[in-house]
Design a protein around this ligand. Sequence first.
Ligand SMILES: [Zn+2]
Length: 71
Amino acid sequence: MGQNRNSTDDGSRTVTFLGRGLGLRTATKLTLLVCPLCSQRNGDRMADKGVCEWCAYEPAERDEEPCGTAG
Ligand SMILES: [Zn+2]
């Protein structure tokens, strides 16, 4: 209990996109919290779709990197 700081109870984990932006990845979907392209904080509704509400950018899954590792 409490050993996995980057994991939550629903299995989601934070990710970045080539070191930029911020998202929340679960087994089934991506929530885009901060856009890696325009660096804007996303709105809740569009974040849930995994698309930036400001520039309509949709990060590619292959660009995801785990967040919280060294560096
Ligand atoms: Zn954007």
